[in-house]
Design a protein around this ligand. Structure first.
Ligand SMILES: Nc1ncnc2c1ncn2[C@@H]1O[C@H](COP(=O)(O)OP(=O)(O)OP(=O)(O)O)[C@@H](O)[C@H]1O
Length: 335
């Protein structure tokens, strides 16, 4: 429902113009969670404000439901803004309960009492805070308040839910709770979600698609699981465990290979099976295990010894492992 084409935005800094967003094109596929990740200053918040239609680009087009938002009259622009639920942080009204804060946009829109109660009840259930409906914000934890903020952004049934750094300043439990709510918004309400974050863990945990932003430019984008399979991709380097190993750690192996394994079966069984089948010794020199969504993903640097070292690696590759032999690191051996 949202597409961004050739978007650019600059600001005047102390020493001249700062290009915050530089010719960014992206598509947020309907019904998915897209994570925009990048270092501090890469333009994430600027992109979020542009997509939320809170700020105008210098050039480029943002389409909502196919309409170029630059060409909309004020009434239609307001309607387009209502299609986007923006999660804002730290601004719950202290004198209103959790339910009252979620209901506020509905009251402002003139929605009647019974409809409001039904809607707010459903959202309290979605965020797992039905029992805290009557609590005031200052009696909730940071994580619970953050979940109320997401519910408030969802109350107008937006097509797009936009969250800029939703786990900022939350502990790991609080962050996990917010991410679960974003995931449920997608799964149960059919919302399309755009999350902007500097935390690779957020993207790993909930994103279907990923956009890497650097110096205002998109350096890589696409389906997350496809990109992590390409171990040369920047996404794989950013999101998978690193395989920095001490100098000399790769010495003494017949073959050294970087291997990415995806899924329970591959992570759990491929290495022991290859060992048993070929009688080779497979050692994990570096790397580690993580999760992409619910899927376990391993990136290892393997050292393989034995006359069937090559066959072991080929066999792993044939079963879906992504194998990149590190030719320079292995000793030459006649297999
Ligand atoms: N209103 C503004 N006026 C001047 N410069 C700005 C403004 N907003 C952003 N910038 C500059 O644009 C660049 C991108 O900033 P932005 O806040 O979008 O990055 P970010 O990736 O969200 O960073 P962070 O993760 O630290 O919040 C930075 O150089 C920033 O200083």
């Amino acid at each position: 429902m949202i597409t961004v084409e050739n978007l650019s935005k600059s600001f005047w800094g102390n020493t001249g113009p700062v290009v915050a967003i530089d010719d960014v094109t992206l598509d947020v596929p309907t019904g998915t969670i897209t994570g925009v990740v990048g270092p501090s200053g890469s333009g994430k918040s600027t992109l979020a404000r542009l997509v939320a239609l809170q700020e105008r680009p210098d050039s480029g087009v943002i389409r909502v439901d196919g309409f170029n938002t630059a060409a909309l009259d004020p009434r239609r622009l307001r309607a387009a803004r209502r299609r986007i639920g923006v999660v804002t942080q730290g601004d719950l009204l202290p004198q209103r309960t959790a339910a009252g804060n979620i209901a506020l946009p509905l009251e402002q829109a003139g929605v009647d009492g019974p409809q409001r109660r039904e809607k707010v009840g459903k959202l309290l259930d979605l965020i797992g805070l039905t029992d805290k409906a009557a609590r005031y914000p200052d009696t909730l934890t940071d994580g619970q308040r953050a979940r109320v903020e997401v519910a408030r952004a969802l109350v107008g049934d937006p097509g797009l839910l936009l969250a800029d750094d939703p786990t900022r300043s939350l502990d790991s439990d609080g962050a996990a709770g917010v991410l679960t709510v974003l995931d449920r918004a997608r799964a149960e309400l059919g919302a399309t979600v755009l999350v902007v974050t500097s935390d690779a863990g957020v993207v790993r945990r909930i994103a279907d698609d990923v956009v890497l932003l650097e110096d205002g430019k998109v350096t890589e984008s696409g389906n997350l699981l496809s990109l992590v399979q390409d171990s040369a991709s920047q996404v794989a380097r950013t999101l998978l465990p690193s395989i920095d190993v001490p100098k000399g750690a790769t010495a003494g192996y017949d073959r050294v290979a970087e291997v990415v394994l995806i899924g329970f079966a591959a992570v759990g069984a491929l290495l022991p099976e290859a060992t048993a089948r070929f009688g080779s010794t497979i050692s994990v020199i570096g790397g580690g295990l993580t999760r992409v969504g619910e899927t376990p993903v391993a990136r290892f640097l393997l050292g393989v010894n034995g006359g069937w070292a090559d066959q072991s690696l080929t066999w792993i590759a044939e079963r879906g492992g992504v194998v990149r032999p590190q030719v320079g690191l292995a000793r030459t051996v006649a297999a």
